[in-house]
Structures are given as structure tokens and as C-alpha cells.
Design a protein around this ligand. Structure first.
Ligand code: AHM
Ligand code: MG
Length: 337
């Protein structure tokens, strides 16, 4: 007897890409080559992280990366996996990686796409088995460009796509190719990402704030007052205070925010005058995804993240991101709404 509980008509990522391509008859299939390389990198990194403890990969290499952090072996491996996957895409010309000081240029590839990525974001959490992820922004090269930093030192709104993979209890992929955002879950037996959250919308509000409050000593008074306000029940919050949730891994904190709603922030402070998170491969892709899911993302001054432009590939930005109503609360607080 056939087990009727098994769905035999699932939408895998390759099927999803083919079907979306049909809706854009002018598409030449270039973007699918990029996605194919990306999903391979995500699967490879996912497997590597899951095996890490067993094959004794945990530990420091002793090197310092371009933004001054100590690199771990998994950071190096994740970076290598990512670079090789983009190289083999045939179509990604340049790559900005958090782990590489300079832009990587692939001589052999066609000059079509530029990718910016944090191969393993939240890596300080790795040894504790906490969820980490890979964050990616995708730009099409400027007309007639052969690939250079000017292709990525642009406004975030010029991106053509963004995604992140989160290596948690399952491996999830959240993807936006310019329209909606769609979520996939990796089926390890099939080796395929399966569509599990079609056309995901972020809730317009939730009583959750996610911020490293240990930094409050270094914050401006305005931020201290705002966070205090979130913890003080009022009529707007239905008489309840916001709850605090902070994993310390942006992908995991944002994944929860996409599904449950609320507000995630990493403001600037006296230690990090421009915030901590990087514009090209942390703030931009998350802002792109959140806006396509109906949310908002702004910096400390209330400027839309996607209107910002990086001057250097590793530039940082403050960020307030999440449910539209909760970001609006911050905007009202600073008098920008
Ligand atoms: P990383 O790219 O070096 O891993 O740093 C980025 C991470 C984010 O994932 C996370 O939101 C943030 O750093 C946490 O920082 P902190 O430990 O200062 O709260
Ligand atoms: Mg990182």
C-alpha cells in the first residue's frame, strides 16, 4: 500500500528556479548559474560545520582577518568553499568576502555578477553549537564593466538579489531574487533545498527586541532611553513590555525576526562609532530581504539602509531592522516619523 502521507510533488530549489525563470521569459538563465553555485556552497559549508567537531576542526588558526577578528579554521574553510564555488560558477566575476582584505577577481569567468559574502557569520558561536550562517548580496556588474570595486560600492537598492543560509537544527535558505522572499529547508537525504516558506512576510509587529544590551554603557543616551521605553509597558504595547532575545549571531537573530517579528539592532556606540555590522555583506542583504518581506531597515539616523552607499568594501553601518511597526517605533523616537 502506498504511504499517502508522503508528498511526492515537492518544490526543490532547482525546480523553483526553473519555474521562476519561466515567469521572466527574457531571462537568459544567468542568475540560475549564480544560484546553483551558491546552493552548492551552502550545502558544502553546512556539511563541514556539522562534521567539524568530529574531525577536530575546532580551534584557532592564529591568523587575524581583514577586520581584525581572530580567524577560526572553519572561517578559513567556509571562505575557501565559497571562493571555489563562485569561481566555478563561470559567471561571478568578483567576490568580496569578509575574510579577504581585497576583492577577489576571477579571470576565467564572464563579467556578469558581483557577490559580497560573509561565509560564516556569527563564528564566535561555533564552538558552542549555536546557529551560524552565510550571508550574500548579489549585484549585476555595471554596464561595460570588467569587474572592479565600483561594481559593489553602490547603493544597496541596486542589488539584484540576496540570501542567507542558516546552519541550525536544520539548514535553511532564505532567498530573494528581486520579488518576494522564499524560504527553503535542506533535506539532507535528498541533498536538496525544499520550498518550505513560500512568499514569506514578516509580521508587522512583535514584542521582541534583539540587541547586545551589554554595550549600553557605550551607547548614546537616546538609545538607552529607547530600549528603556521598550521595556516599559504602555498602551501601544497592550500593557506588556518587550521581551529580549539575543543569540549574537545575526543570521539566527534575523531568522527568528523574519518568522516571529520584532526588532533587531546593532547601533553605533563609543567603541564602534559606525556600528559593528558590515554594510556590503551583512546590513545590505538583510535589509534587502526584510524589505521584500514587508519589513524595514534603517541606520541610527533613520536613513534607509538600502539608500546608503559603501565607500570601502569592508565599511560598517549601524542598523535597526525588522517588523515595520517596530522599526517605526525607533523612527518616531528619533523624530524621523
Ligand atoms: P562576525 O561576522 O565576525 O561573525 O561578526 C558578526 C556578528 C553577528 O553575527 C552578530 O550579530 C554580532 O556579530 C554579534 O556581536 P556582539 O558579540 O558584539 O553582540
Ligand atoms: Mg564572519
Amino acid at each position: 500500500k502506498v504511504d499517502e502521507s508522503i508528498n511526492t510533488d515537492i518544490i526543490t530549489l532547482p525546480r523553483f528556479i526553473i519555474e521562476s525563470q519561466k515567469q521572466h521569459p527574457k531571462a537568459k538563465g544567468d542568475f540560475s548559474l549564480v544560484l546553483n553555485a551558491l546552493q552548492f556552497a551552502f550545502k558544502f559549508i553546512s556539511q563541514t560545520i556539522r562534521k567539524a567537531e568530529l574531525v577536530n576542526l575546532i580551534g584557532l588558526t592564529g591568523d587575524i582577518n581583514s577586520t581584525g577578528d581572530q580567524q577560526k579554521k572553519l572561517d578559513v574553510l567556509g571562505d575557501e568553499i565559497f571562493i571555489n564555488a563562485m569561481k566555478s560558477s563561470s559567471i561571478v566575476k568578483i567576490l568580496v568576502s569578509e575574510e579577504q582584505e581585497n576583492l577577489i577577481y576571477f579571470d576565467e569567468n564572464e563579467p556578469k555578477y558581483a557577490i559580497c559574502c560573509d561565509p560564516i557569520d556569527g563564528s564566535s558561536n561555533l564552538d558552542a553549537g549555536v546557529s551560524v550562517g552565510t550571508i550574500v548580496s548579489i549585484f549585476r556588474l555595471l554596464p561595460n564593466s570588467d569587474g572592479s570595486t565600483t561594481d559593489v560600492l553602490r547603493c544597496g537598492k541596486e542589488m539584484v538579489g540576496a540570501c542567507y543560509a542558516m546552519y541550525g537544527s536544520s539548514t535553511h535558505l532564505m532567498l530573494c531574487m528581486g520579488d518576494e522572499i522564499d524560504g527553503f529547508t535542506l533535506d539532507n537525504n535528498l541533498g536538496e533545498f525544499i520550498l518550505t516558506y513560500p512568499n514569506l512576510k514578516i509580521p508587522s509587529h512583535n514584542l521582541i527586541y534583539s540587541i547586545n544590551e551589554g554595550n549600553s554603557y557605550y551607547w548614546d543616551d537616546s538609545i538607552v532611553t529607547f530600549v528603556q521605553k521598550l521595556k516599559t509597558p504602555d498602551q501601544e504595547t497592550g500593557g506588556k513590555p518587550f521581551s529580549s532575545r539575543y543569540i549574537g549571531s545575526m543570521v539566527a537573530d534575523m531568522h527568528r525576526t523574519f518568522l516571529y517579528g520584532g526588532l533587531f539592532a546593532y547601533p553605533s556606540d563609543r567603541k564602534n562609532p559606525n556600528g559593528k555590522l558590515r554594510l556590503l555583506y551583512e546590513a545590505f542583504p538583510m535589509a534587502f530581504l526584510v524589505e521584500h518581506a514587508g519589513g524595514k531597515a534603517v541606520n541610527d539616523q533613520g536613513v534607509r539602509i538600502l539608500d546608503l552607499q559603501a565607500e570601502h568594501i569592508h565599511d560598517k553601518s549601524s542598523i535597526w531592522i525588522g517588523s515595520a511597526d517596530d522599526v517605526d517605533k525607533y523612527l518616531k523616537h528619533i523624530g524621523k516619523l
